[in-house]
Design a protein around this ligand. Structure first.
Ligand code: GLP
Length: 261
């Protein structure tokens, strides 16, 4: 695992976008998108470089990590709607090129299996963006999720529903209890995992993810099992890392050509 401590989220977003630009220059690029606030600086940077004519998503496909179950189809906080606003409306993905798990299907298990199949059929995800929940969830894989899980329906913890109530008028009763999420096994099949974490409130989560024991009780620790995982954090989010100085030294002395890929 590579841990990169940056001065600002914008600096982290720029590093990620360098890696994404290299993927976009190859045939059949496939990106994994995340929601939540952590990836937003990355989407800002995508739009900036797209507006400058430096990158194009016209040939790319993308798969979202997760989706709520039970929201009205036109709800503005469905992840389909969020990714439409934050990504699709701002750069040049082809219509339909961004897929989200189907939280509205009459047959959720079949829809979940079809989603994993669609990712496989697309050639797999080249780079998957990730945030981390305050209980260590990735996607919506709550504690005790199997580290080999496929895309499936999950129940949210009360803590996650409380955390996400900010998107639902601060009213937890409006936050769905169920979601469909790429499984941890699905996420682990992406060729490069890039987790973004900002702010002191996530310092515990970062320390557990990077330096804690691998356990399904803390799903983000599954990153330790991945051959190519990058965790990009600002200084407040890095504040509980025991080996922060080492990570900093490794990055400062990295060969110029290496990037994060
Ligand atoms: C939600 C999403 C996760 C995200 C998490 C953290 O629960 N399903 O993918 O990582 O929120 O959100 P934030 O980045 O806003 O802290």
């Amino acid at each position: 695992m590579e841990v990169i401590i940056v001065d600002t989220p914008q600096e982290g977003a720029s590093l990620v976008t360098d890696a994404v630009a290299a993927i976009l220059a190859r045939p059949n690029p496939v990106l994994g998108l995340a929601t939540g606030s952590s990836p937003l600086p990355v989407y800002d940077e995508w739009q900036r470089r797209y507006d400058l004519g430096e990158i194009s998503f016209a040939n790319a496909r993308a798969f979202a990590l997760d989706e709520y179950v039970g929201l009205p189809p036109d709800h503005p906080e469905s992840y389909r709607a969020v990714l439409q606003r934050e990504v699709a409306d701002r750069v040049d993905f082809a219509p339909g090129a961004i897929q989200t798990p189907d939280g509205w299907s009459d047959d959720i298990p079949a829809a979940c299996a079809a989603y994993d199949r669609a990712i496989r059929d697309a050639g797999g995800i080249d780079l998957q963006l990730l945030g981390v929940g305050s209980d260590g969830h990735i996607g919506f894989n709550e504690p005790t999720s199997s580290l080999e899980s496929p895309t499936r329906i999950k129940s949210l913890t009360v803590q996650t529903r409380e955390d996400n109530a900010r998107f639902f008028d601060d009213d937890i009763s409006q936050v769905p209890k169920h979601v469909v999420t790429q499984g941890i096994g699905t996420i682990r099949r992406a060729r490069h995992l890039v987790m973004l974490v900002w702010g002191e409130s996530k310092a515990e989560a970062v320390a557990a993810t990077v330096e804690g024991p691998v356990t399904s009780m803390y799903p983000s620790t599954a990153l330790q099992l991945h051959p190519k995982a990058t965790v990009i954090v600002d200084h407040p989010a890095a504040s509980r890392l025991e080996h922060a100085a080492y990570y900093q030294e490794v990055f400062d002395n990295k060969p110029e050509w290496q990037g994060i890929s």
